[in-house]
Design a protein around this ligand. Structure first.
Ligand code: ATP
Length: 257
């Protein structure tokens, strides 16, 4: 079996007296879709931000493609082959869809100096290939500011793929989307991830999305992992049921947190 893409061991972080994340360990394989769920305040974002280098960890280790990430800045972690999407989309509204992808490609190729007098031809074919992957080729000429929210999220996915990531970190990728759009976005993500052997770690509040698309689910509560396994295993886990009781259903239908 090939080495895991992501290896997390005993990751911890406290804020004053609050143990936001306590001794979290897990691995993620190529092409695997792994969901990190838990009620509000469970530590999901803190975990994520330690993985992508936005916040430092107190203890523990994170290896991406076998490389220890201790001390690496977010940009250096991105350059290891990590794609990211954020809860709040960050695109340039006055630029077209294609130009937004081209700018990301310029950054990936360390050519941002060329932005001045940006002729629009640079990496155009690659930008169109990425837009084709997410089904947005026909929207290439549209100004980003005119896009529907669901299309913006697909664009964000195309941008996350510019550096040919082996690991994709998605923090609430479907936040703010209509239910049907959410499932469609995760289906698209899962298809691309499996075709390209990209490991995906995502946090998500919509349990329909989680149970339909994750190969494996980890459940955080008060900073600790309390359960992990296939969707069927997690669904039947009594600890998980207890955590979610009164907050919605882990069987799908309602948001759990
Ligand atoms: N910068 C910070 N300073 C102090 N406490 C923090 C900070 N960031 C997070 N916390 C605390 O750490 C705990 C975990 O928060 P975190 O945001 O990681 O949870 P979460 O599972 O992502 O929640 P949500 O689902 O609401 O986004 C919470 O108790 C939170 O109040």
């Amino acid at each position: 079996m090939s080495a895991p893409i992501l290896e997390v061991e005993k990751l911890s972080k406290s804020y004053g007296g609050v143990h936001a994340v306590r001794g979290v360990s897990f691995t993620l394989a190529a092409g695997e879709i792994l969901a990190l769920i838990g009620p509000n305040g469970a530590g999901k974002s803190t975990c994520f931000n330690m993985l992508n280098g936005q916040i430092g960890r107190d203890t523990g280790s994170v290896k991406i493609l076998g490389r220890d990430t201790t001390g690496l800045r977010p940009r250096e972690i991105w350059r290891l082959g990590v794609g990211r999407t954020f809860q709040i989309t960050a695109t340039y509204p006055s630029m077209t869809v294609r130009e937004n992808v081209q700018v990301a490609l310029l950054s990936h190729h360390r050519e941002l100096g060329r932005l001045f007098g940006f002729a629009g031809a640079r990496h155009r074919a690659e930008a169109d290939r990425l837009l084709g992957l997410v089904g947005m080729r026909d929207l290439a000429e549209r100004p980003c500011g005119e896009l529907a929210y669901g299309d913006l999220k697909r664009l964000e996915l195309a941008i996350a793929l510019v550096n040919e990531p082996k690991l994709l970190l998605m923090d609430e990728p479907t936040a703010g989307m209509a239910p049907r759009e959410r499932v469609a976005l995760m289906r698209l993500t899962a298809t691309i991830a499996r075709e390209q052997s990209i490991g995906v770690l995502f946090t998500e509040h919509d349990m329909d999305v989680v149970f339909e698309h994750a190969d494996r689910i980890m459940v955080l509560n008060r900073g600790s992992l309390i359960a992990g396994g296939t969707p069927a295993e997690v669904r039947n886990n009594p600890d998980v049921k207890a955590v979610y009781l009164g907050e919605g259903s882990v069987y799908g239908g309602e948001a759990a947190a």
